[in-house]
Each structure stands twice: as C-alpha cells, then as structure tokens.
Design a protein around this ligand. Structure first.
Ligand SMILES: N[C@@H](CCC[C@H](N)C(=O)O)C(=O)O
Length: 282
C-alpha cells in the first residue's frame, strides 16, 4: 500500500480521518476494509471513529456507488472504524465541510455534499459552528434493547441511517455502553445505532450512544438528531429546538415539520502522511 495523505478532525470529539481522494483511486474495500481499520485503530493507527473519504461525485467509485451528484461536486464516502459502510454521518459531514473550506475547495457559504443517504446542505464559515440540513427524521415503531443488562424501550428513527433512541431516566454516568446493545434484527436488518438519553429540567437532553461499526463514541450527529426527535415525541411535540449534551460537547438540533438541522463545532487538528518513512535524521 502506498502513502496516503490524511487530515485529522473532529466534531464534538466524534473523530475522523479525512482522506482527500478526488479521483477515488484508494481502494478502501480491499481486505475487508483493512486500510480503514488500520487508520482508525486507537493504538496501532491514527485513531478515529471513522473515515471520511473526499471524492468527486463524477469519480468512477462514486458513480458505481450510485451517488446522485446533482448539485454536489463532492461525495462524502463514509466508513465506520470497523471498515463497514454507513449511509450518513452528521458530525462527519460538518467536518467534511470544514475540510472543503480550509482546503480551498469551497468558499464560505452553503454547499451540497453527496452522501449515500442523499444530498445534505452544509453551511460553513471560516470560524464558528457548522450547520447541516439533515433532512427529515422519520419516526418508526417502538422497540426494546438491552444495554448493560438493562432492558430499555426506544423508538426507531431513520435519519438516513438507522437509530433506536431510548428516552429514559437512567443514570447515564454509570451505564456501560462498550458492548453492542441487543436489538430486534427484523426491525433493523442492517444493524442500528443505539442512543440513551435523559431529558433535563431546562428542556435540554443528555445523550450517550453506541454506534454501529464504531462502538461507544463521544458524540454522534445523526444520533443526536434521532435523540432530539424522540425526546420531542415523548413530550408530545413534533417541532422545536433541542440542546443535546453529549460526552464530547453540545449540539443544537432544529426540528420542523419538513426537515431537521444540526449545529455544532467542526475542527481540523492535524495533517500528515500515512505509511511514509520518517525523514532521515540530520
Ligand atoms: N458518528 C456519525 C454516524 C456514523 C455512522 C453510524 N455509525 C452508522 O453506522 O450508521 C454521526 O455523527 O452521525
């Protein structure tokens, strides 16, 4: 495997390796996602929850993936840390937009980004939070899960990817979310991200998440939207603005009848070359 240029970034500590690969020439599927797993490994790699490959929408790999470029020049090819594909990543798409801006590929403003879940419009400026129009979050049936030996009831929420959002009074501090929670495979045939959230007195919610393909993460953008929609639903509401506190930071979710928005920080912290020998000592 040759050298690969990378950028490291995060949004509320949901962290990513950004791989600029406009022509889609890096083979991320080889050896069941070996490169992705190696990059994301916390001890033997760079360490990340997932990989954001930056590919042109007209590159053969994007076309082969069925990506409808539409207005979008760039495709966010998202991979979980275990090498699996996911349809969408809410924190990732905000970090992706931060990369596009800092790399001079877009100007400050609102831009379309193609994802496997469809096009998402992201508003990014030189500094400050990044907002993404996440599209509709569709509530599904109630379902149960088992987390840390406790049975919890949640509601299915489709945010382009699958979620089971459990509104509960459970003490989130003590909950062990390391192991994949049990779930109904007939309802979630492709797996599910599981959120556990507690409404707070001021109307905000506290949220933790076990992500499909990544394990417990410090934050999950799509999970935050799913949690906010579930919390509103539990309160008998279908619109509103919800502040969501995750272990990695605070995000703001807007929910109206037609769509949802997600706002929060997105930062790039390093860049380098994977696989390169160190420069010779002088
Ligand atoms: N961390 C992401 C979600 C990444 C995908 C997820 N693990 C899945 O498999 O669906 C986010 O910020 O939304």
């Amino acid at each position: 495997m040759g050298h690969v240029e990378f950028v490291k970034g995060h949004g509320t500590e949901n962290d990513f390796v950004v791989l600029p690969d406009p022509d889609g020439s890096i083979d991320l599927d080889a050896d069941e996602g070996l490169l992705v797993r190696a990059l994301c490994h916390r001890r033997r790699g760079i360490g990340a929850d997932g990989v954001l490959r930056v590919v042109r929408t007209d590159a053969p790999v994007a076309v082969a993936a069925g990506i409808e470029g539409g207005d979008a020049t760039w495709f966010m090819d998202y991979r979980n840390g275990d090498g699996s594909l996911a349809e969408m990543c809410g924190n990732g798409v905000r970090v992706f937009a931060r990369y596009l801006l800092d790399a001079g590929l877009v100007a400050p403003g609102t831009h379309p980004v193609a994802t496997r879940a469809g096009t998402r419009w992201v508003t990014v400026d030189r500094t400050g939070p990044v907002t993404v129009d996440m599209g509709p979050a569709v509530l599904g049936p109630a379902s149960t899960t088992v987390v840390d030996g406790r049975e919890l009831t949640g509601v299915a929420v489709d945010v382009g990817n699958p979620h089971l959002a459990c509104v509960t009074g459970t003490d989130l501090e003590g909950l062990d979310l390391a192991a994949p929670p049990a779930y109904d495979r007939s309802l979630f045939p492709h797996g599910v991200n599981v959120e556990v959230l507690t409404p707070l007195a001021d109307g905000a919610v506290r949220l933790r998440v076990h992500e499909r393909g990544s394990g417990e993460t410090r934050s999950c953008g799509t999970g935050t939207v799913a949690g906010a929609v579930a919390a509103l639903d539990a309160a008998g509401r279908h619109t509103g603005t919800v502040t969501v506190h995750t272990p990695g930071g605070t995000l703001l979710v807007g929910v109206d009848g037609a769509t949802t928005t997600l706002t929060g920080p997105a930062e790039l912290v390093a860049h380098g070359t994977w696989g390169a020998a160190l420069p010779a000592r002088v």
